[in-house]
Each structure stands twice: as C-alpha cells, then as structure tokens.
Design a protein around this ligand. Structure first.
Ligand code: PMP
Length: 281
C-alpha cells in the first residue's frame, strides 16, 4: 500500500510519526477527506480549495496548487487501485521542539495522504438517529482543523446512546453535527445554518444547495432553533462520508412520519445522479 509523504509516493510501512510534529502535540494542522467513486475523486477541487483556505487562516503555507495536489492524489488512488473509498490528507505546521509560538519559517509543513477502501452499493442511505448536545467548540469552526476534541466528545455521546450523529447547538441555535452539516425541511422549504465561523461550510452542503436550485426546492441559509429542529417535517445530515442521510429520530422522538421525507429522497436521488455524472464510467 502506498502513501504520500510531502508529495512523494512511499510505502505505508516506511511512514513514521515524528513525536515533535506540531500536529501530534498541538493538533496544529488542517485536513480534508475526499470521496472516491469508480476510481475518481468527487468534488476534489472544492475540497482542495477549502484545504488551502483552512491552511491560510492559520498561516500554514501549502507549497502546492490545487492542481498539483489533485494530480498527486489521482496517482495515489490509481496506485492503490481504489474504486470506492476515501482519501485522507493533512498538513501540519511541521516538526520543531515543543513551544507554543510558530517555529521559524524554514520549518516545512508535514503533508501526508493515504487511501481507504469503503464498500459502496449505490443505495440511498436509510434514516438514522441523532441526539442533540450543547456545542462546546471554539469559535473558528469554519477551519477544518485537526483539533477535533469537541467533535469527538459529541460523537462519542451519540455512539454511547446508539445514535449515528450528535446535532450541536449554541444555546437554542442549531449549528451543525459533530462531523456533518444539518438542515431542516419545513413546508417544502429547506433551511440550513449560514456559512459563518460557527460551522464548517461542508462540500456536501454546497452540493445539496446547488441541487435544491436545480430541483426548484426553495432554501434559506438561516439559523434555526432546537424547537424548529424537533418539529421539522424532515431533517437532513450531509457529509462526504454520510452523503445525504435522513435523520428520522432525534432524542428518541420521531421526525415527521419517522420515515425519510419526500424532499430528502428527491435530494438523495439527485445527489446520486450528480456523482454518476461526475464519476460515472
Ligand atoms: N461539519 C463538520 C464539523 C465536519 O467534520 C464535516 C465533515 N468533514 C462536515 C461538517 C461536512 O463537510 P463535508 O460535506 O465537506 O464532508
């Protein structure tokens, strides 16, 4: 199995973590996960643009363009013969004796990327259960940072209660899932938190909003409350790995009929058509 280390193709067994890597000690870095369908990277340009934006926001200099990283990742996917799966990549601020301020500018970022196979049958995702939980994260959730403690603690709470996702809220305002964006549908209209510092502007979220435009589903990028969430007709979770997943139960209470709603189903079908269009044979 091959990996990328600083843009070079290497055997996975050769790659070791340096214990003074700032990613390891501080979570000082950024990452992305890109989906592979039929051996092709889905929406990779959007993901890699966000990666570079996240890095810029914390002053990590990525020494490649979107096109250069994309070419490297394509080679990696081909080398590992991944038909369906994901590519994970991260850039840390590099290796330097442990000290909070940034190291000098001659310390290069450390960049790794590797692939994972994910079984895929093309079926629409069935309804999933969620809990609600106070959002205790920092105020720069727009950065796809390696620091995921808040997200992990929320997801663990969901896992402990047999749920798939934890829907976070700041006071009464719903922000996003622990590893996804959350939208509601009320009277046929979709609502989702605006892309502010309080959420990650999900690529799947952006693809979904484009689909809404194409389908003529009205939408508003407007925050909604916990009360609106639990009485919504439909609740939708979006992420690279969960694609478009209907949330059919929250804190033990059914959403709508307890079955995936019609707008959700329409969006799911259009999403599959879109990935076929971009990654089909
Ligand atoms: N919010 C958070 C906190 C996430 O971790 C993710 C998954 N990366 C998302 C939203 C969804 O983003 P995307 O659709 O780009 O995977």
């Amino acid at each position: 199995e091959k990996m990328l280390l600083d843009g070079e193709m290497r055997n996975r067994s050769e790659i070791k973590v340096e214990f003074e890597d700032r990613g390891y000690q501080f979570g000082d870095g950024v990452y992305e996960v890109i989906r592979v369908y039929n051996g092709k990277l889905f929406t990779s340009e959007m993901h890699l643009t966000r990666l570079i934006e996240s890095a810029n926001k914390i002053s990590i200099k990525i020494p490649y363009t979107v096109e250069e990283i994309e070419a490297q990742l394509k080679e990696l996917v081909a080398e590992n013969e991944i038909a369906f799966g994901t590519v994970y990549m991260q850039f840390t601020r590099g290796v330097s004796p442990r000290n909070h301020p940034f190291p000098s500018t001659d310390v290069a970022p450390v960049y790794v990327a590797y692939t994972k196979e994910v079984p895929y049958n093309g079926a629409l995702k069935p309804g999933a259960k969620a809990i609600t939980i106070e959002d205790i994260r920092w105020l720069r959730c727009d950065i796809k940072s390696l620091n995921l403690l808040g997200n992990i603690l929320a997801k663990q709470k969901a896992a402990e209660t047999g749920c798939f996702e934890a829907i976070q809220h700041r006071g009464s305002t719903v922000t996003e899932g622990s590893s996804s964006n959350i939208s509601i549908v009320v009277n046929g209209e979709l609502k989702t938190h605006p892309a502010t510092n309080l959420i990650l502007n999900g690529i799947t979220r952006q693809v979904m909003l484009k689909i809404c435009e194409d389908l003529g589903v009205a939408y508003k990028e407007e925050a909604f409350t916990l009360e609106e969430l639990v009485v919504a007709d439909e609740v939708i979770m979006t992420s690279t790995t969960a694609e478009i997943t209907p949330i059919t139960e929250i804190d033990g209470q059914s959403i709508g009929s307890g079955e995936p709603g019609t707008v959700t189903r329409q969006i799911q079908q259009a999403f599959h058509a879109e990935l076929e269009r971009q990654c089909g044979h």
